[in-house]
Design a binder for this molecule. Structure first.
Ligand SMILES: NC(=O)c1ccc[n+]([C@@H]2O[C@H](COP(=O)([O-])OP(=O)(O)OC[C@H]3O[C@@H](n4cnc5c(N)ncnc54)[C@H](OP(=O)(O)O)[C@@H]3O)[C@@H](O)[C@H]2O)c1
Length: 307
């Protein structure tokens, strides 16, 4: 079967299509034929940095990807037989960009109702779960104002939907280039640039999704002591009072997202689709473009990777 390998730490250029053996399904295994895969920032970050994340990212070659959607085609005799033939979302930090993926942990496999498309489900990978961590952090701080940098990002648009019952004031910061897109996605919300944001006098926290130290430094000139909670900067020499938070995998949270999508209470923004063979192009596009929703890769057979 075909897989996309990261072969070195040179970045997107180091990706290669490889032919490997189809996995053997253990007695507790679930074999999934993959159909839709998301392109997420952690992909290109891991492809450049041997220390980017855990999950043995430094052991190469490795199959890229941390999740996606497919259909269950084989179930081991000691696994949940009800999964056979089900369309599922999987979370698999050990690699998802393969024609077939074998899973053994049932809690990382989410059956999908018909009302949830492959696109919406695949776009749930690596992001929306982080929004739940941020909602909790915001409620714990009990602040009046929440400033969100990169509010047009995929995580930002999910976070705004999950904060619909927040009683304080939300101040989305969006680059000039992305303001029209943001208004299209959130017609009733006002968005700001760093320079158009008014001076905030009540208790405030900055939720940083953009990961730009320069942007945060400019915000700090308006609000010198404001605490920053970032999902994109693990540390900074120039921004103090910075707390990095990351997603704690929460299966119940993903089941809730799937129900919300089915009930039209949550929409995950989706941008373009590329073929499996165009993975380099897909990553370059996602990395170089302003965020207009999650970029996706569809999986078909008989293909070779494009340079
Ligand atoms: N900690 C965790 O557990 C965790 C989990 C998932 C993702 N993440 C990280 O969270 C971040 C957001 O993820 P996502 O998938 O939502 O990303 P995304 O959709 O690609 O959005 C990225 C956002 O950052 C903004 N941005 C990027 N560079 C900027 C700069 N120099 N100045 C101002 N704004 C800038 C973009 O603005 P424009 O669109 O206007 O360019 C956009 O709003 C990524 O860094 C990702 O690696 C963290």
């Amino acid at each position: 079967m075909k897989t996309i390998y990261q072969t070195d730490f040179s970045g997107i250029d180091g990706l290669a299509l490889a032919e490997i053996a189809r996995p053997i399904v253990p007695v507790n295994g679930i074999l999934i034929k993959m159909t839709m895969l998301p392109v997420v920032p952690s992909d290109w970050k891991r492809e450049l940095d041997p220390h980017a994340t855990a999950e043995a990212a430094a052991k190469l070659p490795r199959t890229i990807g941390i999740g996606g959607v497919g259909r269950v085609v084989e179930v081991g005799e000691q696994q949940d037989q009800a999964l056979m033939n089900r369309r599922v979302l999987i979370m698999n930090p050990k690699g998802s960009y393969s024609e077939y993926v074998v899973m053994t942990q049932r809690e990382f496999v989410f059956p999908l109702p018909d009302a949830v498309s492959d696109e919406q489900a695949a776009a749930l990978t690596a992001g929306p779960g982080t929004a739940l961590t941020l909602v909790q952090a915001i409620h714990e701080r009990a602040v009046n104002n929440v400033v969100i940098t990169g509010a047009n990002s995929v995580i930002g648009l999910v976070l705004l939907q999950q904060l619909s019952d927040f009683s304080g004031h939300i101040w989305p910061i969006v680059s000039s280039a992305s303001q029209a897109y943001f208004r299209q996605q959130r017609p009733t919300d006002v968005c700001y640039t760093v320079t158009s944001l008014p001076v905030l006098t009540e208790t405030t926290v900055v939720i940083d999704l953009a990961g730009s130290e320069e942007l945060l430094q400019r915000l700090r000139t308006w609000m010198p002591a404001v605490p920053v909670i970032s999902i994109a900067l693990t540390e900074s020499d120039v921004i103090d009072n910075l707390t990095f938070v990351h997603e704690e995998f929460n299966a119940a949270g993903y089941r809730q997202f799937i129900c919300q999508i089915a009930a039209h209470e949550l929409v995950i923004p989706v941008d373009r689709q590329f073929l499996f063979t165009q993975v380099k192009e897909a990553q370059r596009y996602a990395k170089m473009s302003h965020s207009r929703g999650r970029v996706l890769v569809t999986l078909t057979s008989k293909e070779t990777i494009n340079d």
